[in-house]
Design a protein around this ligand. Structure first.
Ligand code: CMC
Length: 355
C-alpha cells in the first residue's frame, strides 16, 4: 500500500501521539505536568503528586483531604478476594496482583471510581498475596499517608523512620510518558475497554524483565560483588556472553537517568556504607567506563528497597502501586480524545496461494 509509513522496530524515537502528562524533556529531566519529578519527590507527598498527575494540578488543602479520604476509605479487601488468594497461593506476587486486580468489579461508566478502587487496594493485594503464598506476617496499614501505610505493610518496622525514602521512590516511579506498560494501557484504552481491563494489560506488560521486572533481578548479582575487581569481572563476563545487566540502559535516557541519580543520593544519605549500595556504585562506574551505559532507576531502587527491609518479592508491586496513577491519567487522556491504536505490519510470509 502506498500510504504505509515504515518506522524503526520497537518504535524507538517514534512520536505516536501527544500527551500533557509527563515528558522526559529536552533537558533530560523527567517532568510531571511541567514540574521536575525530582523536585516533587523532594517537597511533595505521594498523594499531592498522584493528584497532580491524574487531575493536572497540585491539590489545595481541601482537595488533598478529599483525595486522601477517598483513597483511604477504599483501602479494604473483601473476604472473597482474600479467599481466592488463599486458594491460589501464587508465589509470584506481581502475577497475583495482575490476576486479582482484574477481578475488581466493573462499574458502568465511572472511571474515577474504578481507578480509586484499584489504586487503594493494590498495596493490600500485594501484602495479602505474600501472606497467602509465603505466610508473611499480615499487618494493618498504619500512618497518615499513602506511602507510610504501604511501608507499614511491606517494610521492616525497624526502618520506619525512613518511610519517606519509599515515598520519594514511589513518586519517581509514578509516571514516565509512553513507556511500555503505559503504551499497552493506551492501546487497550483506545478500544474503549474498561479501566480494570486496561490496567490488567499494563500490569502484564510492566512485569517483563526489560521493563519493571528488572528491579527484582538486581540484588542477586549485587550480593556477589565485594570489591572493584568483582565488579569488573562481573561486567566483563556478562558483556562477553552478550547478556543484559539488569538496572542498566534505557530507551530514553542514554547518558543519565535522573531518577537513578536521585535515588542514589538518597541512599548516600541514609545507607552510604550498605554493601549493596557500594557494590551498585562499583558496577555503575565500570559499566559506564566500559560500555557508556548509565544505571537506570531500577538499580538503586532495588538497593533502597532492600535497605528498607522490603523483600524482593515486593519490588515490582511497589513499581505497580506507584505507576497505576500514571496509567490512570493516560487512560483518561486516551479515552477523552480517542483514536483506535491499530498499526500495520510488513508481511513476510508466503505469497497468496491456492489451498
Ligand atoms: N546490559 C548490557 N548491555 C546493554 C544493556 C544492559 N542492561 N542495555 C543495553 N545494552 C546494550 C545493548 O546490548 C546494545 O549494545 P550493542 O549496540 O553493542 O548491540 C546497546 O546497549 C543498545 O541496547 P538496546 O537493547 O538496543 O537498547 P533499547 O533502547 O532497545 O533497550 C532496555 C532499553 C531498557 C530494554 C535495555 O537497556 C535493557 O534491556 N536493560 C536491562 C533491563 C532494565 O534494566 N530495564 C529497566 C528499565 S528502567 C525502568 C523502566 O522504566 O521500566
Amino acid at each position: 500500500m502506498s500510504d504505509e509509513i515504515k518506522v524503526p522496530r520497537g518504535l524507538a524515537n517514534v512520536v505516536v501521539d501527544s500527551t500533557a502528562i509527563a515528558t522526559t524533556g529536552s533537558t533530560g529531566n523527567l517532568l510531571y505536568r511541567g514540574y521536575r519529578a525530582v523536585d516533587l519527590a523532594d517537597r511533595k507527598s505521594f498523594e499531592d503528586v498522584a493528584y497532580l498527575i491524574v487531575y493536572g494540578k497540585l491539590p489545595d488543602e481541601a482537595e488533598l483531604k478529599a483525595f486522601r479520604n477517598k483513597l483511604f476509605s477504599n483501602m479494604v479487601l473483601d473476604d472473597d478476594t482474600k479467599r481466592i488468594m488463599d486458594i491460589l497461593k501464587e508465589k509470584d506476587i506481581m502475577r497475583n496482583l495482575r490476576s486479582i486486580t482484574s477481578l475488581i468489579k466493573y462499574r458502568n461508566g465511572d472511571f474515577n471510581e474504578m481507578f480509586i478502587q484499584m489504586e487503594a487496594k493494590l498495596p493490600l493485594i500485594a501484602a495479602y498475596s505474600a501472606h497467602a503464598a509465603y505466610g508473611e506476617h499480615l499487618r494493618e496499614p498504619e500512618g497518615e499517608y499513602f506511602a507510610e501505610k504501604f511501608f507499614s505493610l511491606i517494610a521492616s518496622p525497624e526502618k520506619k523512620k525512613y518511610w519517606k525514602s519509599l515515598e520519594k521512590l514511589m513518586i519517581l516511579y509514578m509516571e514516565h510518558e509512553f513507556n511500555a506498560s503505559t503504551f499497552a494501557l493506551r492501546v487497550a484504552a483506545s478500544t474503549l475497554t474498561d479501566p480494570v481491563s486496561a490496567v490488567t494489560a499494563a500490569m502484564a506488560t510492566l512485569k517483563g524483565p526489560l521493563h519493571g521486572g528488572a528491579n527484582s533481578e538486581v540484588l542477586s548479582y549485587l550480593s556477589g560483588i565485594k570489591n572493584e575487581e568483582d565488579a569488573r569481572n562481573f561486567v566483563e563476563e556478562k558483556l562477553a556472553k552478550k547478556e543484559k545487566i539488569m538496572g542498566f540502559g534505557h530507551r530514553v535516557y542514554k547518558k543519565k537517568d535522573p531518577r537513578a541519580q536521585y535515588v542514589k543520593e538518597e541512599l548516600r544519605k541514609i545507607a552510604h556504607d550498605d554493601p549493596k549500595f557500594i557494590a551498585a556504585e562499583l558496577v555503575e562506574n565500570y559499566m559506564f567506563e566500559k560500555k557508556g551505559l548509565p544505571a537506570n532507576v531500577d538499580l538503586f531502587a532495588a538497593v533502597l528497597m532492600d535497605f528498607l527491609g522490603i523483600k524482593e518479592i515486593y519490588n515490582l508491586p511497589v513499581f505497580a502501586c506507584s505507576r497505576i496513577f500514571g496509567w490512570n491519567a493516560h487512560y483518561i487522556e486516551q479515552v477523552e480524545n480517542n483514536k483506535l491504536i491499530r498499526p500495520a505490519a510488513e508481511y513476510t510470509g508466503p505469497e497468496e496461494r491456492d489451498l
